[in-house]
Write a protein that binds this ligand. Sequence first.
Ligand SMILES: *[C@@H]1O[C@H](CO)[C@@H](O)[C@H](O)[C@H]1NC(C)=O
Ligand SMILES: *[C@@H]1O[C@H](CO)[C@@H](O)[C@H](O)[C@H]1NC(C)=O
Ligand SMILES: *[C@@H]1O[C@H](CO)[C@@H](O)[C@H](O)[C@H]1NC(C)=O
Ligand SMILES: *[C@@H]1O[C@H](CO)[C@@H](O)[C@H](O)[C@H]1NC(C)=O
Ligand SMILES: *[C@@H]1O[C@H](CO)[C@@H](O)[C@H](O)[C@H]1NC(C)=O
Length: 420
Amino acid sequence: MKSLIGESSRRILLWLCIALSTLVITYNINGLGNGHILLHKRSGNHKSSCSEYNEIQSKHREYMEYEHIMSNQNMSVNVQLGEAPINQSIRSIRYEQVAFLKIHKAGSSTAQNIFLRYGYSRNLLFVLSRVRKGQYDNVISTMSSLNENNTLPPPMNKTFDVLCCHVLYNREAFQNYIPGNTAYIGIVREPFDMFLSTLNYFRPAYIFKKIKATTPVLNYLVDPWKYENGLPLTFSFTNNRMALEFDFPKHLFKTYTKEESDAYLSKLDKEFHFVIIMEYFAESVVMMRRILGWSIKDVLYLKKNSAKKYSFVDNTNRYLYQRFAKLDYDLYNFYYIRLWEKIRLEGVDFQIELNFFRNLRKAVEDYCIKHTDTILPYHVPASKWSTAFNVTREDCDLLLLNEIKFVSLIRQRQHKNSTN
Ligand SMILES: *[C@@H]1O[C@H](CO)[C@@H](O)[C@H](O)[C@H]1NC(C)=O
Ligand SMILES: *[C@@H]1O[C@H](CO)[C@@H](O)[C@H](O)[C@H]1NC(C)=O
Ligand SMILES: *[C@@H]1O[C@H](CO)[C@@H](O)[C@H](O)[C@H]1NC(C)=O
Ligand SMILES: *[C@@H]1O[C@H](CO)[C@@H](O)[C@H](O)[C@H]1NC(C)=O
Ligand SMILES: *[C@@H]1O[C@H](CO)[C@@H](O)[C@H](O)[C@H]1NC(C)=O
């Protein structure tokens, strides 16, 4: 058997094992993972691994040396077993305001809940839509950026703090509405998966009604130019929709060039502080927390819509969409690389926080959904990344609140405040 595994793969396996045990042990020994509902103190089952502590600690040292050699960079890695300095990674808020570009069918409802809670809990002023017939409360516009016709004006002598409802991006319009020290956050999703999700949700008539065939989606994919031609860009949800919402120059949708696409991406790169990758949501919000200086509690979320499988076309047809959705793929690939570059620079400490966050998030999810009868809060002790905090039943209500109801709640509160 042994001879089947090459020397290099065995080494990789060894490092993987060490890395994993390091994470698990750090998590337990530092007591970072033992959040609890205050009534029920945890039993000591986490101590079972302590006998292996010394051995693992020496392996851990080896691993750290390896990391040091591999990284060849000046990054501070704050993982000394047993002496995690509390507070080292607690950062103070760096931005007062936030503009979140909510992209349709990109998992943005889960992200939006984070921004809704951030602003609501601090009593900040939200950019809200004018209520119009046939438009959801959380949609400002699917066809244009912010303007006086689709938004409510701010109260006298005030400026907005938070934008997180659907609207197309435009740098100048956004800056007009939320001047000041504003964090710009976006979200992207793998374009083909987004395409399938969009088909399922919007069922665009220009595909399902117009194409008379047993496989309309496949027919569409073979020649998308034919079916998108003549359709106004803002009416289409399948013609590089992410790029459209990120305000790529309109002529690129007709005549694509890599140079111009790249040039626009470097403009976006200067304007957005961070872009969430939907497929790596936990990684993204932990990274975002670090960039914005927000707390762990700020970026908690509950998983709302479980991923579905769509049977329109299968994965062998991905390349068809790739040929067409060049701007969307450029955008996605650009921010995909950005995320992993940023994570790499944070070092091992990031991975340990991620492990902590994932487990905490699951615990909060169960507390909010399964323990609805307990009124005691879920207590999270101080950790390297956060001061102690409680997740209360009120926090759960907001974590679980549907986006349209949440926006209505904010609308009521803002209306009340502005009329007295
Ligand atoms: C690391 O930092 C030292 C001192 O700040 C500097 O002299 C050195 O060039 C840096 N090394 C790298 C690889 O950035
Ligand atoms: C934690 O960090 C904050 C902000 O840097 C600082 O004001 C505070 O004193 C620190 N708390 C502890 C316990 O070190
Ligand atoms: C707002 O609506 C008015 C009246 O219909 C129109 O004249 C104006 O151009 C609109 N403004 C924008 C920015 O669309
Ligand atoms: C708005 O600001 C102006 C000038 O500072 C001031 O005179 C006015 O009273 C303010 N209005 C309100 C509603 O605060
Ligand atoms: C958490 O809740 C408990 C019980 O209500 C309270 O005693 C404690 O002070 C709270 N801790 C924090 C950090 O808010």
